[in-house]
Ligand binder design. Structure first.
Ligand SMILES: C[S@@+](CC[C@H](N)C(=O)[O-])C[C@H]1O[C@@H](n2cnc3c(N)ncnc32)[C@H](O)[C@@H]1O
Length: 249
């Protein structure tokens, strides 16, 4: 996703950093806190966060981590989530204005835990997933409209490359799901083939999500809205990790 550099991006991320998860400087596991101990879901490449915002409201009995490697995009997702959860708004002169009218600028707003809701944002790269989390951390993993990387030499960057699928298999609990949707027919054919050749069991496939049995509960992403408006059908696959012991990478 190409973005023009946002002004005050670093400051915008740090003011709301109570909503973020980051890796320790010396690497290793990430730490995060939620108000309720609920099954955890991960979205990789959340973009501006429409999907995780919608799903976390529609299915509130889960906690969610939304990972986005581009910090300038992650900050937009985080601010939209904060506005949606009634936490205030960006202040026109910079910083963040709380619902009470206090303005935080250049300082962290230590948002009380019950106000933070069930989503945390990770401005981080998915390559490090198995360093950040122990095996069997997630109930589900989502990747939506991920970059197709059409050149053969870039195949390992695709979020459905076998190297990534291996990470997901490690991080999913037995019986957990990986769900992937895209408008890109070539990327979808590749992803389906990789999943069918992996230990995952494919449990649902559609080449027209919006006219399928999953349409009613589908949460649209930003890209999905754009491509749907242009008349592209949306492909989706769901695959389950079968009930067997996890292998640590
Ligand atoms: C094409 S956009 C789609 C955004 C959103 N999911 C949607 O459907 O509207 C893909 C997003 O995934 C992010 N992304 C791609 N590869 C990633 C990776 N390896 N780790 C974390 N984020 C990644 C990109 O920065 C970009 O914002």
């Amino acid at each position: 996703m190409r973005m023009r550099k946002k002004p005050r991006g670093r400051e915008r991320l740090s003011v709301l950093s109570a909503l973020t998860v980051s890796a320790p400087a010396d690497g290793g596991r990430v730490s995060f806190t939620f108000e309720k101990d609920l099954p955890l879901r991960l979205e990789i490449g959340c973009g501006k966060g429409d999907f995780v915002r919608g799903l976390s409201r529609q299915e509130p009995d889960y906690n969610y981590l939304a990972m986005e490697r581009c910090a300038d995009v992650a900050v937009i997702a985080m601010e939209k989530y904060a506005v949606d959860r009634g936490l205030g708004k960006p202040h026109p002169q910079g910083g963040w204005e709380t619902p009470e009218g206090a303005v935080y600028k250049d300082t962290l707003w230590d948002i009380p835990l019950p106000m933070r809701g069930n989503v945390r944002f990770m401005p981080m790269e998915a390559q490090g997933l198995t360093e950040y989390f122990p095996a069997e951390t997630f109930e589900s993993i989502y990747a939506n409209f991920s970059d197709p990387w059409p050149k053969k030499g870039h195949a390992r960057r695709r979020l459905t490359h076998p190297d990534f699928l291996e990470r997901y298999l490690c991080l999913l609990q037995p019986g957990g799901y990986f769900r992937f949707k895209t408008d890109n027919a070539g990327l979808f054919a590749y992803s389906l083939e990789m999943l069918e050749n992996s230990p995952f069991t494919v449990t649902f496939v559609t080449h027209d999500l919006h006219n399928s049995e999953r349409a009613a509960k589908n949460i649209m992403t930003e890209y999905e809205r754009n491509f749907t408006a242009k008349g592209f059908p949306i492909h989706m696959v769901e695959a389950r990790k079968d009930e067997q012991p996890a292998q640590t990478l």
